[in-house]
Design a protein around this ligand. Structure first.
Ligand code: MF3
Ligand code: CO
Ligand code: CO
Length: 257
């Protein structure tokens, strides 16, 4: 729980720092750069410019400071100096920052040059599913309502919601309770109250919801080698509504079909 009188400001600050990393790295995303280089640029920026720490570095042994998940990688891709991005790739960068006792967690898709129609539609549907869920939040909403909104929208658009990974409580801990499923479950009737903070981070696939964990113990890929896309924000429930702590400059949570 976040104390909305004394701790809200710190949640907003750390969320804003995380959002700045995604804005900053955009300029560097070009064919020919490696995900290892993108990692190093982000880490330097986080430590030297933002005076903060990556919560991902060394988290349960994760070796890098951001996650870079390309094309059929669903999540937790490990930045690699030998993995070069190329025209047509879709890339998720996931950033989690720790500062002054609090966490902010956010990710978005980047399209490298011109991408296929299905790839760009997948990214758009992932983004809209997150925005639609956020727009519907109010203190008192059940988590399975959020899950249902995402699942219905994604399936209506012909894509599949990943079931094996979910959003989470966040605040003074990186991964806290509750689990935030991106699909409907009867049991998931947990009620959001003022002072709670969660992430919503739907992963959606083109061919099926099947995923498999690679031998490195981190990288998650689609089972069928179809494409996957994800967007993530950190959301704090307030007395009358919510705040998206990781909202980027110029980002508007609007929802237009
Ligand atoms: N930021 C990811 C999330 O959204 C978690 C990354 S932790 C790692 O929860 F160790 F896998 F990198
Ligand atoms: Co994240
Ligand atoms: Co998260």
């Amino acid at each position: 729980m976040i104390n909305l009188d004394t701790e809200l400001e710190k949640m907003l600050i750390v969320g804003n720092l995380a959002s700045k990393v995604l804005d900053m790295i955009k300029l560097y995303i070009k064919p020919g750069i490696s995900t290892g280089e993108l990692n190093d640029i982000c880490n330097l920026y986080i430590e030297k410019k933002l005076n903060a720490k990556s919560a991902i570095l060394n988290y349960k042994g994760f070796p890098k400071s951001i996650c870079t998940s390309i094309n059929e990688v669903v999540c937790h891709g490990i930045p690699d100096n030998n993995r070069y991005i190329k025209e047509g790739d879709i890339l998720n960068i996931d950033v989690t920052i720790f500062k002054d006792g609090f966490y902010g967690d956010t990710s978005k898709m980047f399209c490298v040059g011109k991408v296929s129609k299905i790839a760009s539609r997948l990214c758009l549907v992932a983004k809209k599913s997150l925005y639609l869920a956020i727009k519907n939040i109010y203190p008192g909403i059940k988590l399975n309502t959020i899950g249902k909104i995402i699942e219905n929208f994604v399936e209506f658009n012909g894509f599949y919601v990943v079931k094996d990974y979910c959003g989470h409580g966040i605040g003074k801990k990186f991964h806290d309770n509750p689990q935030v499923l991106h699909y409907y479950s009867d049991y998931n009737n947990y009620v959001l109250k003022p002072g709670m903070a969660i992430t919503i981070e739907p992963m959606i696939n083109t061919i099926s919801d099947g995923v498999k964990l690679m031998k490195d113990g981190w990288t998650v890929k689609t089972k069928d080698h179809g494409l996957s896309a994800q967007y993530e924000h950190t959301i704090l429930i307030t007395k009358n509504g919510y705040l998206v702590t990781t909202l980027r400059d110029n980002e508007k949570i609007d929802f237009i079909i």
